[in-house]
Design a protein around this ligand. Structure first.
Ligand code: 4NP
Length: 156
């Protein structure tokens, strides 16, 4: 059965489109449907931030066709798993949860406990786009392991 996964951050131009693009590549063998969204409407319709795209392209991930959109309550029905990048994302996602919805919401770093982060730092502010990609790659491998039913928490 297709697993529908939505990645969410604040602007939908750095972390969540990177998560979508990286996960799509690393999980190419899994039956998944992917999208990303922002809790804000600040960049709706825009492609991912240029420095983010460049850093991703250097690792073989093409984010150029993605466009930002805003997260909304209907996403709880459209997706099986909603993954935020930090606690603020999670609070804003949960604030829109429809009554009776039991859709799982998680922080992406939960899937990379070995990395030692409780959130994916926002490269729009840190300017460390490679740190974002390192964490996103680690968490993607952890999520793939979880979805594949492996007992090991990570693939290396
Ligand atoms: P993101 O990063 O949430 O990872 O897409 C940001 C992008 C833009 C802004 C903030 C965070 N902004 O303030 O425009």
């Amino acid at each position: 059965m297709t697993m529908r996964i939505l990645f969410v951050c604040l602007g939908n131009i750095c972390r969540s489109p990177s998560a979508e693009g990286v996960f799509a590549t690393l999980a190419a063998d899994l039956d998944v449907e992917l999208d990303s969204a922002g809790t804000s409407d600040w960049h709706v319709g825009e492609p991912p931030y240029d420095p983010m795209q460049k850093a991703a392209r250097a690792r073989g991930y093409d984010l150029s066709r993605l466009r930002a959109r805003q997260f909304s309550a209907v996403d709880f029905d459209r997706f099986d798993l909603i993954i935020g990048m930090d606690a603020d994302n999670l609070a804003r996602i949960e604030a829109l949860r429809p009554a009776g919805s039991d859709t799982t919401v998680a922080v992406f770093t939960d899937y990379a406990p070995e990395a030692g982060y409780d959130h994916v730092p926002d490269p729009y502010y840190t300017r460390d786009f490679d740190q974002t990609l390192d964490l996103v790659e680690q968490a993607s491998r952890g999520l793939i392991a979880t979805l594949s039913g492996q007992t090991e928490p990570q693939l290396q």
